[in-house]
Design a protein around this ligand. Sequence first.
Ligand code: SF4
Ligand code: SF4
Length: 269
Amino acid sequence: MTPETSSPCSCGSGDACQDETQKARRGFLGVAAAGLAGIMLAPGVRLIEVAQAAPNPAATPAGASAGASPKVRWGMLVDTSKCTPGCNACVTACQTENGLPTQPGPTDAQWIRKIEIKEIKTGKAHSLPVMCQHCAEPPCVDVCPTGASFKRADGIVLVDKHICIGCRYCVMACPYKARSFVHEPQTQQKPDVPRGMGTVEGCTLCVHKVDKGESPACVQACAAAGYGAIAFGDLNDPNSEISKRVAQYSTRQLREDLRLDPGVRYMGL
Ligand code: SF4
Ligand code: SF4
């Protein structure tokens, strides 16, 4: 929620008071919800590690910055002129990396989907992957009653499944249809990507890889397939490849009119 839309503070101490009230409310709800979410998780699976992911300078490649640092804003740039219709390499890589169904049914989670669009006026066709856009002003976070939906300091938007109660407010609030509800019991989960029936999930930007200094699986797969249509990096670093491209080329954010400032950018649209 922006300061402009916050309700007035009754004690006169302003935003700080509102923050404390919200934290206390979320803390209460979080404690109450933790048990509910916890019983649905696979035995031995802990979800707190991702939620508390901290900077890991030891794993950071030379010259780069990584982890939940406010100096960093992780983002992706999709070059739709390189993205190929019919190619699903990014989708498959996401499923494999995160332990998602490789043949998703209508109710299964899908963190990236490929869409094909055609401009009405020109007839020009585009193929592009759409995933969580890691908004700077994420409505999924604003509407979450427990604080489970949260944005890290480095811009990655995640769900803490310890305290997600599965209300699905965030699913309804997300204009990009980027969140999925987990309907089925989960088995054989990936240790780095815990999932839980009755909770909501979405693209994590492969935070478990990013915190080790690696790129998300979709970015790697697209490059390995020979397209190199997705760049990943720090949008706050003017010397990063992604920042140079954003500065050099005309890029767009999906639904710019909503002013959510997504961290995923597109060029060629
Ligand atoms: S794309 Fe949707 S789920 Fe992702 S940060 Fe934005 S509003 Fe939240
Ligand atoms: S379903 Fe979404 S809004 Fe509801 S508690 Fe979970 S993360 Fe928060």
